[in-house]
Design a protein around this ligand. Structure first.
Ligand code: SF4
Length: 243
C-alpha cells in the first residue's frame, strides 16, 4: 500500500527529533506480537490527560534535550539494532507532524515494512504500509483524508462515553478498517469493570468493533531494550497531572 511517489521524495536533510528508539514487538492491534523496531518522535500538541508517552511533550516529563537524526542515520540504526523482517513503527508524540517521505523511503530501501501510529491531525507525508489511527475526540479531530487512509483504528476508552465519542470522529473510514476499543492503561491495570464491561457490551452490540489490550505492558517487553525510556509517566487521566 503506497501513498507516496517519486515526485514526493524530499531532500534527506530532514532531521527528526527522536525521543526514543527500541526493538521489541508490537503489543496491540492487527499486528500484535510481530517483532518491531519503534521510532518515537518528540512533540505532540494533543496533550491527552492519560497520555502514556507524556515524555514527548509534558513540561514535567520531557527530557532536557532530544537528539536529531536524519533518515539515513535512523535507517542505519534500524539495520544495526534489528534483524531483517522486523517491521518499523513510527510513533510519538505525533509523527504525522513531520515530513516522513525521506524516512519511509530510507526504511523501504532496507526492505522494511513501515507502519505509523497517529492521531491524524495533519496531512500524511510518507509512504506507509500500515496506518493505525488513534483519534482523540476531546482534542483535535483527525483530518477526513487521514481517516480514509487508516487501516485500523484504536479508540482509547477512559470512560464508557469515549467509545461513541471516538466513533463520531470516523466519518469516511473504509469498511475493511478494523476498529479496536482499548481500555486506557490505568483503567486496564485497575481492572475497572465499568470500562471493561462497556467495551464488552459495545463489541457484542456491534460486531465491527473488537476488544483490545496493550499486551506489551503485561510483558513489560519495551523495557528490555537498552534504549527505551523506562520512566513511569503517571498521567492516567488525572487532570492535575495531565491537561
Ligand atoms: S496524541 Fe498520543 S502522544 Fe499525543 S498526547 Fe495524546 S496519547 Fe500522548
Amino acid at each position: 500500500m503506497s501513498t507516496g511517489s517519486k515526485a514526493e521524495v524530499r531532500s534527506s536533510s530532514t532531521k527528526y527529533p527522536v525521543y526514543e528508539r527500541f526493538y521489541t514487538w508490537q503489543g496491540e492491534g492487527v499486528h500484535l506480537g510481530r517483532a518491531a523496531y519503534f521510532i518515537r518522535l518528540y512533540g505532540c500538541p494533543q496533550h491527552c490527560p492519560w497520555c502514556d508517552s507524556a515524555g514527548t511533550w509534558h513540561p514535567e516529563y520531557r527530557p532536557e534535550s532530544v537528539g536529531l537524526m536524519d533518515a539515513a542515520a535512523l535507517a542505519e540504526a534500524v539495520a544495526a539494532e534489528s534483524p531483517d523482517g522486523a517491521v518499523v513503527i513510527i510513533t510519538g508524540g505525533e509523527p504525522i507532524l513531520f515530513d516522513l517521505v525521506p524516512l519511509t523511503d530510507a526504511l523501504h530501501a532496507l526492505g522494511r515494512r513501515v507502519h505509523i501510529e497517529t492521531s491524524g491531525i495533519a496531512p500524511l507525508r510518507g509512504d506507509l504500509d500500515w496506518m493505525t489511527l488513534s483519534p482523540k475526540p476531546s482534542q483535535k479531530w483527525p483530518l477526513p483524508a487521514v481517516v480514509a487512509r487508516a487501516d485500523e483504528v484504536k479508540i482509547i476508552v477512559h470512560d464508557p462515553e469515549d467509545i461513541q465519542a471516538g466513533l463520531d470522529t470516523l466519518g469516511g473510514l473504509r469498511q475493511d478498517a478494523v476498529i479496536w476499543l482499548h481500555p486506557e492503561w490505568s483503567r486496564a491495570r485497575e481492572r475497572d469493570m465499568r470500562v471493561l464491561n462497556a467495551i464488552t457490551e459495545a463489541v457484542k452490540a456491534n460486531p465491527r468493533l473488537r476488544a483490545g489490550y496493550q499486551m506489551h505492558k503485561l510483558y513489560r517487553a519495551d523495557n528490555l531494550d537498552q534504549h527505551s525510556d523506562k520512566r513511569l509517566i503517571p498521567l492516567g487521566g488525572d487532570t492535575a497531572l495531565g491537561y
